[in-house]
Design a protein around this ligand. Structure first.
Ligand code: GAP
Length: 511
């Protein structure tokens, strides 16, 4: 099945099984804003717990924070967001659709890469086991010609971005004959910069009101609290502050479901270090974060690092963790060495000293910062697309979400075989015992087969079936989602069997 079709199915599945709904759906929706349903909110909470505990519980020198969304407007002037947090936009005059010029060019690059990969896949099929991919990539004339095209376009694009040369971005679009996906025409406007921050007003009267922004990243709340946390927590450098919270961006192109939203949630950690050591810490955090992703077991080959074409105004090194989504390798997380840019700017704009006295060096300095920043919603999409699976069975087909068990919204479903003979009561007894430790669901409707399929579709790792034998010997069958194997176990042992598997500790031990 084509990857695009799989993605459409994932989106439909999210709606059908209570994971994600379009916001304001009964009013025809609101662009790029989404709500999380009964299963979605559980998965989202579990993702946040996986991140939070791995940062704050597992690192003695990382502590948490929950700062407000509204902040003093000067913060955004100091951080550079008022002047520089913008995307280059371009309109197609025929379709009246608006695009990000850089995204149009990135998609063109991805098309060339796709051509190379298709060539390699074809050859792999033809030559079978004797295929030497590296040699093929280095010698095949068609691959080499496309590689040359890719390199030339990539370096021209990177230069245009670095020089903030909007005319050159437009020229690349013209030279590459990029067409509007809706109208199919090349009738483009000039490229303009568009600030992504949402603004609102705070204050009771129109005259007294001041313009404030909805934060476009949670990071600034950490920077402006650096001294509070360092002093009250008696933190010694190196140390980190972690925060999870909402962020808002007026994205020009909001596509691909929850990949790019206007209201989303970030999990960010700013790690404060001694100047000169930041690039070592950058490497350490790259490594730590990649392990965190890979521990979920979706296949190491589906992750890669991507170096930035253009460094943000605050960074001296930056890399993305990319995952192979059904629509290609895309960013899930950014890791940035932000230098002392933010703290120095806040010193200057606030007039307050933001320093650390280093007792080992016997001097004060503005700390340097390494940041890890990941979107909760994007991580959600990564997990759900990786977990979605259609399996052909002997007699029928099943759709199963192979979610990491620790992240699954419902850990076990308890199913009485029939709705009589005391089996529902027995099932309720089991839930009453286990509900303090695990999210349980009771289901007695339809045949047992249909109930298993329903639980597979929402990713429940364990189904416990109560039958007539259960009343006699206090045993039940437990069915495992991924293998569909069943075994008879004592009701007494259920807590232990399930507890061992759903525990976050299993994931953390891989880090
Ligand atoms: N503080 C640094 C920062 O915000 P970023 O690369 O702009 O860096 C970090 O964002 C992460 O936030 C991204 O890797 C992505 O996971 C998530 N993110 C950014 N914009 C988003 C959007 N419009 N919708 C959903 N997630 C987004």
């Amino acid at each position: 099945m084509a990857q695009e079709d799989i993605f459409k199915k994932v989106v439909a599945h999210c709606k059908e099984y209570g994971y994600v709904f379009q916001s304001s759906e009964i009013y025809d929706g609101l662009g790029a804003v989404y709500d999380y349903g009964q299963n979605g909110v559980e998965l989202k909470n579990n993702i946040k717990k996986y991140w939070w505990d791995s940062m704050v519980k597992l690192h003695e020198n990382v502590v948490g924070l929950d700062s407000a969304i509204f902040m003093h407007p000067t913060i955004w002037k100091a951080s550079g967001h008022v002047d520089a947090f913008s995307d280059p936009l371009i309109d197609n005059k025929d379709s009246k659709k608006r695009y990000r010029a850089d995204v149009l060019i990135e998609e063109q690059l991805a098309k060339i890469e796709e051509k190379i990969n298709k060539e390699v896949a074809k050859a792999k099929k033809r030559f079978g086991d004797s295929f030497n991919e590296q040699q093929f990539r280095e010698t095949n004339p068609r691959v080499l010609a496309n590689k040359e095209k890719w390199d030339a376009l990539h370096s021209r694009f990177a230069k245009a971005l670095n020089d903030s040369d909007l005319n050159e971005l437009k020229q690349i679009i013209v030279d590459q004959a990029i067409v509007c996906p809706v109208s199919g025409s090349r009738n483009w406007t000039e490229v303009r910069q568009f600030n992504l921050m949402f603004a609102t007003e705070m204050g009771a009267t129109a005259e007294g009101a001041s313009k404030i922004y909805l934060r476009p990243e949670t990071a600034q709340g950490i920077f402006v609290n650096y001294l509070n946390v360092q002093k009250t927590g008696r933190m010694k450098i190196p140390f980190g502050i972690a925060q999870i919270g909402k962020a808002f961006r007026n994205e020009i192109v909001a596509r691909q479901f929850i990949f790019r939203m206007r209201e989303f949630e970030q999990m960010e950690m700013q790690f404060f270090v001694r100047p000169g050591t930041e690039l070592d810490w950058f490497e350490k955090w790259k490594d730590t974060r990649m392990k965190w992703h890979k521990a979920l077991g979706f296949g190491d080959e589906n992750y890669r690092f991507h170096e930035h074409e253009k460094l943000a105004h605050y960074a001296n090194a930056a890399v993305d963790v990319e995952y192979k989504f059904p629509f290609g390798f895309k960013e899930v997380e950014g890791i940035h060495s932000r230098t002392d840019f933010d703290l120095s700017q806040h010193e200057e704009y606030s007039g307050k000293k933001i320093r650390y006295f280093d007792p080992e060096l016997n001097e004060s300095y503005v700390p340097f910062v390494v940041e890890t920043s990941i979107g909760v919603d994007r991580m959600f999409l990564q997990i759900i697309s990786a977990a979605y699976c259609e399996e052909q069975l002997e007699k029928d087909k099943r759709v199963v979400l192979k979610l990491p068990v620790a992240l699954a919204p419902i850990k076990l479903a308890v199913l009485p075989l029939v709705k009589k003979d005391g089996l529902p009561e027995k099932a309720r007894e089991i839930i009453n015992e286990l509900k303090f430790d695990f999210n349980c669901q009771y289901d007695e409707k339809d045949s047992i087969g249909k109930r298993y399929r329903r639980q597979d579709a929402i990713g429940t790792p364990f189904c416990v079936t109560v039958d007539h034998q259960s009343a006699e010997d206090n045993t039940v069958t437990i069915r495992y989602r991924d293998t569909m194997e069943q075994e008879r176990v004592s009701i007494e042992d259920l807590g232990k069997i399930i507890g061992e598997q759903v525990n976050f500790k299993k994931l953390f031990e891989e880090l």
